[in-house]
Design a protein around this ligand. Structure first.
Ligand code: C2E
Ligand code: MG
Ligand code: MG
Length: 675
């Protein structure tokens, strides 16, 4: 693994850790918003509801660092375990890194300290989660050599536990010792922060440049996932000693520069409502409530802003712009800070109004919010393009994975992680036929004249775009939706046949309809098909059911008799993809077959391979021997057509003639290539 790959892995584990925190953050943000209410209705503080809300705040926000260390360690461990094929569960490593962090934090706190491992320790959580897991895996890999005697131990749990003893002792102890002697009492964060900001004049407070530095430190901290406000709070008694209206005081920064918590994110949340991405618009609905109270964790970690290179620039720039506008407004006498006892969580507009005891404060907040939204907009657009690209790539990868012949859809449907989620989503969405469409591919004779058309399903999924049938048909088969889906296809094909006859004056063009063998398992299937034929008044001789071989067909006496009834009515039966599966010959023995469709994979090599030519020729004999038609699909070149024709094939289908197309185009094609 290169350094770059490792850094990338760490970043993605940190990001995934923050994403996993979202539910906790949401709970905490809502509870914290709720806890603010008694400030406007004094006397309510002691009410049981607010007590409960405070507990929720401490049990969610208070444990943020613990959730994070466990989550980062779990993700990283899981990756290494799979990569190195280590026999252990990531769960143990997550618990052990969590334990190490708790010990460190307890060591650094006074005995009376409350049980809070909240935001201020996020940086500890990230560092501990990564160092602990990496060190643990390192030990496990190299120390395992000594446990060769466990190689044949059947009890996997015991052997893993023994292997883990040494790293479980050494890694936490080493980390705790280093922390104790090097970092614990060093107050390095406060020292570095104050050094960057520089000495603050006790009478005049922060200078303009210093307030920019305070904002930048706050923003950069948030950007890397550290609770910026808590960081600044560690040095707030030095920074905000004086309350001077002409200067850059704490209220001015929190109510005008941060607006929404930090980075003027309230404007960003408002902008999200106009996003083209549904998920972003949806997210804005959740993020807006805490944002109005200047609680921004949800948007920072949820959108996310953390480590998001697309939003870094406006996130740093806008609060500086906002403080500049505020300072200018004060200097020009447009507003005056008259009240300095307004808490940071006072809602948007109300905060501005109370600070100035005038509408001008609220109006300025509104102006800043609009400006920040406008500045965020182009950056958000670029980020959305990136989000779309990422999603498209991910979906492409999942489709490739699932379209593999070896993929077992039943297992995939139950799989954890993205693959399973994607499959289940598709299975659920298949319940609606709203975005389904039928395309038709012409079947022609050797002269290119149309002799029929095959109906092929198309699904333009509203979120994932066009999905191939090779993906969703097996999912429909695995989840049982194939029955309704299959009937929809039959019904629509018969309806289209009627439309074609009536509107365009083509009568007699047969349609081939793909049918999964699983559809035959439904008792009602044959009756439904018959009812459908009657309903649309279609001549059964124009219907050809193409049985695909994706699923095994089990022959029973009932099935043979039901199929017989359909064929007696005139419906034709064809075996699709003939030649590659193992059940094909069995089909031919069990019921009358009117058409054999050579698998496209065979056709690909028909020009160059003498063996394939022999195979096709024997298929010609077989088909003609039983009175069936031999159809070649995936014909892409003239040379293939010539060869197949010389071998004796009857019908052809493929890109050489036309790819599948909507009904009106099929009609146009038929006009051009009339029978
Ligand atoms: P299939 O029935 O063998 O359909 C032929 C597939 O080959 C179609 O893919 C068609 O678009 C594609 N094709 C046509 N000409 C060429 C060519 O020249 N070269 C190449 N490489 N491919 C060509 P499509 O539409 O993606 O369908 C894939 C499979 O999904 C179908 O294979 C069929 O098994 C299944 N399917 C499609 N629609 C339905 C349906 O309504 N019901 C059922 N049960 N299965 C369906
Ligand atoms: Mg077919
Ligand atoms: Mg086929």
């Amino acid at each position: 693994m290169t350094y770059q790959q490792r850094a990338h892995l760490w970043l993605s584990c940190i990001q995934q850790g923050f994403v996993a925190l979202l539910p906790v953050l949401f709970l905490g943000a809502l509870a914290l918003t709720f806890v603010q209410i008694p400030q406007y209705y004094p006397g309510l503080e002691s009410h049981i509801v607010f007590n409960i809300a405070s507990f929720v705040v401490s049990s969610s926000y208070g444990f943020i660092s613990l959730f994070l260390v466990a989550s980062i360690s779990y993700q990283l461990a899981d990756h290494h375990i799979q990569r190195l094929d280590l026999s252990m569960t990531p769960f143990m490593m997550a618990i052990m890194s969590l334990m190490t962090l708790v010990i460190m934090l307890y060591m650094s706190k006074a005995p009376q300290a409350s049980l809070s491992f909240g935001f201020e320790h996020i940086i500890h959580a990230v560092v501990v989660g990564i160092i602990f897991t990496e060190a643990f895996v390192l030990f496990l890999r190299f120390y395992s050599i000594r446990f060769s005697y466990l190689e044949h131990e059947i009890n996997g749990q015991l052997s893993t536990a023994i292997r883990m003893i040494v790293p479980s002792v050494i890694v936490p102890v080493l980390m705790i010792v280093v922390y104790y002697f090097v970092f614990m009492d060093s107050a390095y964060i406060e020292t570095v922060t104050l050094w960057v900001i520089g000495p603050v004049n006790a009478q005049e407070g922060l200078s303009g440049w210093q307030s920019v530095k305070v904002i930048l430190i706050n923003q950069l901290a948030w950007f890397v996932g550290i609770h910026g406000s808590s960081l600044i709070a560690t040095v707030s008694d030095v920074l905000f000693t004086t309350v001077n209206v002409d200067n850059f005081n704490g209220e001015m920064i929190s109510h005008f520069a941060y607006l929404g918590g930090s980075g003027c994110t309230l404007g960003l949340v408002m902008t999200l409502f106009f996003s083209r991405r549904k998920s972003n618009r949806h997210f804005a609905k959740y993020a807006i409530i805490p944002s109005l109270f200047n609680i921004n964790e949800l948007v920072i970690f949820g959108l996310p802003i953390v480590l998001n290179r697309f939003l870094l620039f406006p996130f740093l720039l806008i609060p500086i712009l906002a403080i500049g506008i505020t300072y200018l407004s004060v200097s020009l006498g447009l507003l005056e800070f008259t009240n300095h006892n307004v808490v940071w969580s006072m809602p948007f507009l109300l905060g501005g109004y109370l600070l100035t005891e005038h509408w001008s404060g609220a109006i300025l907040q509104l102006v800043i919010c609009v400006i920040s939204g406008l500045v965020y907009w182009p950056f958000l657009k670029r980020y959305e393009v990136h989000q779309n690209q990422q999603q498209a790539e991910k979906i492409k990868g999942l489709i490739t994975q699932l379209s593999d012949d070896q993929c077992d859809m039943k297992t995939a449907l139950k799989a954890p992680g993205e693959l399973g989620i994607f499959c289940r989503r598709i299975a659920k969405d298949l319940a609606s036929t709203e975005h389904l469409e039928l395309y038709y591919q012409p079947k022609v004779n050797s002269l290119g004249k149309v002799e029929g058309a095959e109906a092929l399903l198309r699904w333009d999924h509203p979120v994932y775009g066009c999905l191939p049938p090779s993906l969703f048909i097996p999912i429909a088969e695995a989840c049982g939706q194939i029955h309704t889906l299959g009937m929809w296809v039959i019904e629509r094909s018969l309806k289209d046949m009627g439309i074609m006859d009536r509107s365009y004056g083509f009568t007699g063009i047969p349609f081939a309809i793909n049918v999964s063998p699983l559809q035959f398992n439904r008792d009602d299937f044959f009756n439904d098909v018959k009812a459908c034929i009657n309903r649309y008044g279609v001549d059964p001789k124009r219907i050809e059911l193409e049985i695909t071989e994706g699923q095994r067909l089990f022959f029973t006496d009932k099935l043979v008799s039901d199929l017989g009834q359909l064929t007696n009515m005139g419906v034709r039966i064809a075996v699709d993809d003939f030649g590659m599966g193992h059940t094909s010959l069995h089909y031919l023995r069990s019921f009358p077959v009117h058409g054999l469709k050579i698998d496209g994979d065979i056709i690909k090599d028909v020009v160059d391979s003498a063996i394939i030519q022999e195979i096709v020729q024997s298929m010609v004999h077989l088909a003609h021997g039983m009175g069936a038609v031999l159809i070649a699909e995936w014909v892409e070149q003239q040379a293939q057509l010539d060869m197949l024709h010389s071998l004796g094939c009857d019908q052809y289908q493929g890109a050489h003639f036309s790819m599948p197309m909507p009904l009106p185009q099929l009609v146009a094609y038929c006009v051009k290539h009339q029978k």
